[in-house]
Design a binder for this molecule. Structure first.
Ligand code: ZN
Length: 284
């Protein structure tokens, strides 16, 4: 079992990875670990997660009160409310990471639900990722926007116009969820740039969810996947492909028409000039 000091070291190590991966700029993001029923370690406010030392880590209670003086005068993250709210509703969760992974946050800003039935890794390790409505950071509105979306299988959520939150039984598990989330969203955006997306059919999805269950990750979507219920929110993302295709088409034809128009106008002018020249020479 890890000592408190070792957990503080791990919090710093994970912070370094979060920063190196570009998931959080400046002082953004925060993470925490539950170490006892009413004791939590969390990152401090006002410091990059890439430059943390174990001495920077805060110890607080279930109300977010700092219960041990910090030798560096650090204060708890302003988002501790989000972390504590999740711990309260999920006894199996011992670590929470709030982050702003750019590719995933782009979806949260666009308000496009993450499509399902696209990539096995995302289906097995994340499952359905829901997006909460925007709420002002550091207020009680933020945990309140997330709580209704957290079911027993949820491990990752997007926060409208803000970022993501991942949680698991330990910190490394929560970090993997964050990495997988942003990698999945990066893949989706690259797929969109190619312009075509294949979606798993209901049989492939059912088979995948059965494999997931065998791995020890039950997924309630297995009950309805044979009827093709998975991916009902995919249209918003899929529609972007059609819009892009039609936009390219009209843009291309616009260019062609524009070029033809320009050539036509020039040819017409040449023709007018030639006729004028002929008439003038005849008159002369
Ligand atoms: Zn944030």
């Amino acid at each position: 079992m890890q000592s408190v000091w070792q957990i503080k070291q791990e919090i710093c190590e994970i912070g370094k990875r979060i920063w190196q991966k570009g998931f959080c700029a400046g002082n953004e993001g925060n993470h925490s670990v539950r170490i006892a029923p009413d004791r939590y370690l969390c990152t401090p406010t006002g410091i990059s997660k890439g430059f943390l030392d174990p001495e920077d880590i805060i110890t607080c209670d279930g109300e977010g009160n700092q219960v041990e003086p910090n030798s560096r005068g650090r204060r708890p993250t302003s988002e501790i409310k989000v972390h504590l709210a999740i711990y309260k509703v999920r006894n199996d969760v011992n670590a929470v990471i709030h982050s702003h992974p750019p590719h995933a946050t782009a979806f949260a800003i666009a308000g496009i639900p993450l499509p399902e039935g696209v990539h096995p890794e995302a289906e097995v390790f994340l499952g359905k990722v829901k997006t909460a409505k925007y709420a002002t950071p550091s207020t009680h509105d933020l945990p309140n926007s997330l709580l209704p979306l957290i079911g027993p299988e949820t491990n990752t959520l997007l926060m409208g116009n803000h970022g993501s939150v991942s949680f698991d039984k330990d910190l490394i598990g929560a970090y993997y969820k964050l990495e997988i989330l942003d990698a999945y969203c990066r893949i989706l955006l690259l797929t969109k740039s190619i312009g075509k997306m294949n979606v798993l059919d209901k049989n492939q999805m059912t088979e995948l969810l059965k494999v997931k269950e065998k791995f020890g990750f039950p997924d309630s979507r297995l009950a309805c996947s044979p009827s093709g219920c998975v991916g009902q929110e995919n249209n918003a993302f899929l529609a972007m492909f059609e819009q892009t295709a039609s936009a390219q088409c009209s843009c291309e034809s616009g260019k062609v028409e524009g070029t033809q128009d320009a050539l036509g106008a020039a040819a017409f002018e040449d023709m007018v000039q030639a006729i004028t020249d002929k008439i003038m020479s005849a008159v002369a």
